[in-house]
Design a protein around this ligand. Structure first.
Ligand code: BG6
Length: 489
């Protein structure tokens, strides 16, 4: 197999893709004969690329470099300098790949990874076709991996999907949402459908509400060029949070076949109640961080970050109240929030069960029992816990909330594979389950569009929150108006 990474000398390759491939190699999960070819405009020799990769792996791999293991891995790495607009286009890339594959005895099965800005998705795919690198007439596999963002609205997403569909079949297109590759996210399905205790409770009869928090401590960093055009709704909610929601809320699929599972996730997206017009102001809160403190260290506000417009109206925080209009979830609110410069990096889904009736142990109105909460910790302390009311030992009946707690680290040991390890492996074996199908990407855009349109017309000033706080007061009011509180992860 040959993996061709467009943007091979870029940030994603250095931080995520090359470290993921190295860890797959350490685990013996890569095919025995593999070529990894970085492609970029800058001239770079194979040796320089190996040094670039080694520096990235040394810094970002979950496991340290072992020199002997690295030496074998490094032999698979190559770099090809190629641009899209020169007359030969990608033809020289094809020639070089052909030579390397011939020398290594590979049959020419290829994965093309678009780790490039979205403006280059369509031109790269077009050039791949023009250089005859997709249909090579020999029955070889040619798969395409597309990174986010797939568009910045429904129209641009459709345009990208159309351009790609002219060259690749949907079954060969792997759209990445790296949240689906996280161990804890995959475990949502196992938890729900491999344990008879939980699934019967996942519906409007027993669940009071659900919260999804994806909190980041980091600010926008050096990514303002992209983020200013995106904002939290496009960057996090349209993809990652809606996928988490789909995993929690989906119906049990009748099999684990990729399209069966993807159909069920899609159903959830299609059942979301639209938030339009005045409901946007009532159900969605957006904000920017102002200067504040993170772990005691002063940090600038969003508008003071490098390359951010000092009058920017891009949101770095968003909280939403969402309803899923189907039989299972009718009337159950889902509260979602995500933001940058929150107190810590922590993502969690909590399923809040209904309170017990106000009788027996819950009869005292001034000392209500805590409702049971199932908390799924996505990261960084991966695991889940169940809050249970329990009697404190002694002659009186005193009730205290205790937790049954499962930690991946202490139970399974070691570190969980990174999302990109699992996702790259799945592309190699041709499993599309954890990837976004075209219809799902477009359904998610379709749902967020009325919110984006409403914001585009609004002149309201954007609320702020000091960096290091859990968002603006409006986010607290959003959930408190329904009688609930955010559960701190
Ligand atoms: C990316 C977003 O998709 O996800 C980033 O573009 C965000 O803005 C990142 O920081 C969060 O991913 P993770 O895996 O660190 O939670």
């Amino acid at each position: 197999m040959t993996i061709v990474i467009f943007g091979g000398a870029g940030d994603l390759a250095r931080r995520k893709l090359l470290p993921a491939l190295y860890n797959l190699h350490v685990d013996g999960l890569l095919p025995p004969r593999i070529v990894i070819a970085g492609v970029g405009r800058k001239p770079m020799s194979d040796d320089e690329y190996r040094a670039f990769a080694k520096a990235g792996v040394a810094k970002f791999s979950r496991r340290p470099i072992d020199e002997a293991t690295w030496a074998i891995f490094a032999e698979a790495l190559f770099f090809v300098t190629a641009g899209l607009d020169d007359e030969p286009g990608l033809a020289p890339l094809g020639t070089r790949l052909g030579t390397i594959e011939h020398e290594r005895g590979l049959n020419g099965d290829r994965i093309y990874y678009l780790a490039v800005p979205p403006t280059l998705f369509a031109p790269t795919v077009k050039e791949l076709a023009r250089a005859r690198l997709v249909e090579r007439g020999s029955g070889c596999i040619a798969r395409l991996i597309v990174e986010k963002p797939i568009g910045r609205d429904l129209e641009s997403a459709r345009a990208i999907n159309d351009a790609i569909a002219e060259v690749f079949d949907e079954k060969d297109i792997y759209r990445i949402d790296h949240y689906l590759g996280k161990e804890t996210v995959q475990n949502i399905l196992v938890m729900r459908f491999a344990n008879s205790i939980f699934e019967p409770l996942f519906n409007k009869r027993y669940v009071d509400h659900v919260q999804i928090t994806v909190a980041e401590e980091e600010g926008v960093g050096t990514r303002a060029g992209y983020y200013e055009q995106a904002g939290a709704l496009r960057d996090m909610v349209q993809n990652h949070l809606l996928q988490l929601l789909a995993m929690v809320a989906m119906e049990p699929p009748h099999s684990l076949e990729a399209d069966v599972v993807r159909d069920e996730r899609l159903e959830v997206l299609q059942s979301l109640r639209p938030i339009e017009g005045a409901s946007v102001d009532a159900q969605v809160v957006r904000a920017q961080y102002a200067a504040g403190f993170i772990v005691g260290r002063p940090v600038p506000g969003y508008r003071e970050e490098p390359n951010v417009n000092p009058q920017s109206r891009t949101e770095a925080f968003v909280a939403l109240q969402i309803y899923i209009d189907n039989w299972r979830w009718a009337g159950v609110p889902f509260f979602l929030r995500t933001g940058k410069r929150l107190p810590k990096r922590a993502s969690q889904i909590s399923v809040h069960l209904k309170e017990v009736p106000p009788i027996l142990f819950n009869a005292n109105p001034s000392a209500r029992l805590d409702a049971n909460v199932l908390s799924i910790r996505i990261q960084p302390d991966e695991g889940f816990s169940l809050g249970i009311s329990s009697k404190v030992p002694g002659p009186q009946v005193r009730i205290y909330p205790v937790k049954m707690d499962f930690h991946y680290g202490s139970t399974f040991g070691g570190t969980s594979p990174e999302a990109y390890e699992r996702l790259l492996l799945d592309v190699m074996v041709g499993d599309t389950t954890l990837f976004m199908r075209r219809d799902a990407v477009e359904a998610a855009w379709q749902w967020v569009m009325p919110i984006l349109d409403h914001w585009a017309q609004s002149q309201d000033s954007l609320p702020t929150y000091p960096a290091g706080d859990w968002g603006p007061p409006g986010a607290e009011r959003l959930i408190e108006s329904t009688g609930h509180r955010w559960l701190a992860p």
